[in-house]
Write a protein that binds this ligand. Structure first.
Ligand SMILES: C[S@@+](CC[C@H](N)C(=O)[O-])C[C@H]1O[C@@H](n2cnc3c(N)ncnc32)[C@H](O)[C@@H]1O
Length: 277
């Protein structure tokens, strides 16, 4: 039996959201792989790959002699990933149902283990890290990507989405409320802040880089907070008054409808390091 405690599981919008998100962050992933080095012929795994994840990137990186395994616990994610892999013609990618908390993948069998946005929503960092390390062969590289929401902002400011930086101590709006909802559901929305320590505790000397993207007016990824708010509606209503939430959501829609409003994403924090040989 696999376990699916992912708080966004079962929402139709989640498959499309993850594909959009994967496309938005592909260039950042490519830059990280360039830093890690030459992957030709490598055996790699994208843990919790969702409907696309790093599958296309890794397929390119390992080349025709390498092998990419994408895992997820959710069959609908894997079905969407399979369609993506078939449409793209990625013959070196295999998709496997596997639970990160009870992984049946061969220990010490991967040159690179990658997991993105997995500790944040699942919130069980030490157990997840233990699985990632077990899968790595000695000398292999672990690469994690998580988010830090503090750069997430809109220009001109959109106070219903997030209060402008520097205006008072309390940051409020929909985005901080979403972090609270993730926390309440057992996630760890601040996990990026401790990523370096997590690597050091595992005896791995970590490297780090970060990326923030500017999104032009009308970019669909600007709507991410509203997509999350729809998926987490019940949870949000357990945190705040329903009428207040409805007013905030309506104002956020008006803010995003402004044809001149652009935005900055959250910070994608990338950490990686090599397990000792
Ligand atoms: C936020 S999504 C990230 C997907 C992908 N890594 C990406 O960045 O696009 C989290 C993914 O973890 C998967 N997941 C949830 N629980 C899991 C588990 N126990 N083992 C493996 N994957 C899991 C979900 O189905 C979902 O696809």
């Amino acid at each position: 039996m696999t376990e699916n405690t992912y708080l966004l599981a079962g929402h139709d919008s989640e498959l499309a959201r993850l594909q959009l998100q994967s496309r938005v962050w592909e260039p950042a992933g490519r830059r990280l792989l360039d830093r890690i080095g030459d992957g030709q012929g490598a055996q790699v795994v994208d843990v919790g790959c969702g409907s696309m994840g790093w599958l296309r990137l890794l397929s390119e990186w390992v080349g025709p002699d390498g092998e990419v395994v994408g895992t997820d616990v959710d069959e609908s994610m894997l079905a969407a990933a399979k369609t993506f892999v078939d449409d793209e013609g990625l013959p070196n990618v295999t998709l496997v149902t596997d639970d990160v908390f009870a992984s049946e993948l061969e220990p010490s069998s991967f040159d690179l283990v990658h997991a993105r946005f997995l500790i944040g929503p699942l919130g069980r960092g030490p157990e997840q890290m233990a699985t990632h390390l077990r899968l790595l062969r000695p000398g292999g590289t672990l690469a994690l990507e998580e988010l830090d929401s503090r750069s997430w902002t809109f220009l001109p400011p959109a106070p219903a989405l997030v209060s402008p930086l520097g205006h008072g101590d309390k940051v409020d709006g929909l985005i901080p409320l979403l972090s609270e909802a993730f926390r309440k559901a057992g996630g760890d929305p601040d996990c990026a802040t401790t990523q370096l320590e997590v690597f050091r505790d595992a005896g791995i000397e970590p490297h780090a880089r970060a990326e923030v993207q500017a999104l032009p007016p009308g970019h669909p990824y600007l709507r991410l907070p509203l997509v999350f708010a729809t998926a987490l509606d019940g949870l949000l209503r357990s945190l705040v008054d329903g009428d207040d939430l409805d007013r905030t959501l309506a104002q956020a829609e008006r803010e995003l409808a402004d044809p001149g409003r652009w935005g900055l994403t959250f910070t994608l924090v990338q950490t990686w390091g090599q397990r000792q040989a």
